[in-house]
Write a protein that binds this ligand. Structure first.
Ligand code: ARG
Length: 463
């Protein structure tokens, strides 16, 4: 047992203070001080409501308001001495309020508990991160739109199984990511709507006998309404889990794109050149320019998804209502949010700065018999051949080209007619990569015309 006195916030029935190890496992101030601004906003809303409902005097509420503002500027100015003995941000602020304004500070916690307080603070904190993620995604989408617009008709190989499949346009490939990140953005927006309800006033778990006005505090904090069930309000963390799961999906998208940048910037591909600003060198190999930012973005999904699994595991066995286990929610979410924002910013920087190597893309687009499907489609269209037969004829022509070490457009008409007598020299019109992409005009297809339509649509949507 230590010689510390009992806790000044709840020590009424305690004769002694906590063991040092108890304090170490119990305290959250080391990390939850990040919610100081939210905690003070919540307390200000609560204090104003206590006065409006006549639960405390206007004079006391005014003292609380001023005291809380003083504390906020102390914290923002780095002049606040956080105390581990005071456990968390809530008790640190309240204890300091007592020092600053004296007796009225003790009335602030009327009709409130740390349980609804922490649920409120954390919702506000996560809501800010949702807004930051939405902004980050919008910036990334703008960067991708810039690339897509510049290269709407640049050709490159499209892959399946990372094997050359059909030519596509650079713009189309960029716009695929715009679609993915747009869905992430809409998932964040959906999550925001669901999380934007106020737990404040649920008190410890059962509500309170004081005539509080929960609509008033909800409104003051920008929530759409108070949560309808006090047990639910203090005990669920699904809003944080939703943030983590949406973040995980978004990080997965970022990771896939990062993987492509790693591959594309290699000497073997040379599809893109990353800017010096987003590359690093090697301490031993002078020729190296490494895509470290892309690699780290690719790795971030590990900790973000890890946080999701960790918090899901914390929550899954908890009886209603609050349990201290929930204190473990914050570090996971803080870390995931920090790293998601960093990954979004780094990806936006890389995409804005990178240059596509048009010549390498075009050369690669034409290799690997990438227009074989165009040839088969021509046989169907021009000779009315069933597609399965056309596939077979084309396969034979690919085999000839492969044996000869040339590409499909390098075969002669005689070669072609040797496989199928009715083929005419009109076929050469469809074997070029530019013709190939231009012909894919179906909605959602890779034709430059379609890509430009999508760029215009998204530019308007994001404006
Ligand atoms: N620091 C605590 C947390 O993060 C605040 C709530 C404490 N509530 C309690 N009943 N001990 O969860």
């Amino acid at each position: 047992m230590t010689d510390k006195s009992a806790n000044q916030m709840w020590g009424g029935r305690f004769a002694a203070g906590p063991d040092a190890i108890m304090e170490a496992i119990n305290a959250s101030i080391g990390f939850d001080q990040r919610m100081a601004a939210q905690d003070i906003a919540g307390s200000r809303a609560h204090a104003a409501m206590l006065a409006a409902t006549g639960i405390v005097s206007d004079k006391d509420a005014e003292a609380m308001r001023e005291g809380l503002l003083t504390i906020l500027s102390e914290i923002e100015g780095g002049k606040f001495a956080f105390s581990t003995a005071l456990e968390d941000i809530h008790m640190n602020v309240e204890a300091r309020l007592k020092e600053v304004i004296g007796e009225p500070a003790g009335r602030l916690h009327t009709g409130r508990s740390r349980n609804d307080q922490v649920a409120t603070d954390f919702r506000l904190w996560v809501r800010d991160q949702v807004d930051a993620a939405i902004e980050g995604l919008q910036a990334l989408m703008q960067a991708l739109l810039g690339q897509a617009e510049a290269g709407a008709d640049w050709v490159m190989p499209g892959f399946t199984h990372l094997q050359t499949a059909q030519p596509v346009t650079w713009g189309h490939h960029m716009m695929a990511y715009v679609e993915m990140f747009a869905r992430d953005l809409s998932r964040f927006r959906d999550a925001r709507v669901r999380m934007n309800e106020s737990p404040l006033g649920a008190a410890a778990l059962a509500g309170t006998s004081f005539p509080i006005d929960r609509d008033m505090t909800a409104q003051a904090l920008g929530f759409d309404r108070p949560m309808a069930n006090s047990l639910d309000a203090v005990s669920d963390r699904d809003f944080a889990l939703e943030f983590l799961s949406v973040s995980s999906i978004c990080a997965m998208h970022l990771s896939r794109m990062a993987e492509e940048l790693v591959i594309w910037s290699s000497a073997q591909f040379r599809f893109v050149t990353l800017s010096d600003r987003f590359s690093t060198g090697s301490s031993i190999m002078p020729q190296k320019k490494n895509p470290d930012a892309a690699e780290l973005i690719r790795a971030k999904i590990g900790r973000i998804f890890g946080a999701n699994v960790a918090l899901m595991t914390v929550m899954k066995g908890l009886p209603l209502a609050y349990s201290k286990d929930m204190q473990e929610d914050k570090e996971q979410v803080f870390d995931a949010a920090d790293n998601l924002m960093l990954a979004l910013a780094a990806m936006t920087g890389m995409v804005s700065d990178m240059s596509a190597n048009r010549a390498s893309l075009e050369a690669a687009a034409g290799s690997g018999f990438s227009t074989a499907t165009d040839l088969a489609d021509w046989l169907v269209r021009a000779l009315n051949m069933p597609f399965r037969d056309a596939h077979h004829v084309t396969g034979s022509l690919v085999a000839i080209a492969e044996k000869r070490g040339c590409d499909l457009p390098d075969l002669t008409l005689e070669d072609m007619q040797g496989v199928h007598a009715a083929i005419t020299d009109e076929v050469f019109g469809v074997l070029g990569v530019h013709n190939s992409v231009a012909s894919r005009l179906s909605y959602g297809g890779t034709a430059p015309t379609r890509v430009r339509e999508q760029v215009a649509r998204w530019k308007e949507a994001l404006a």
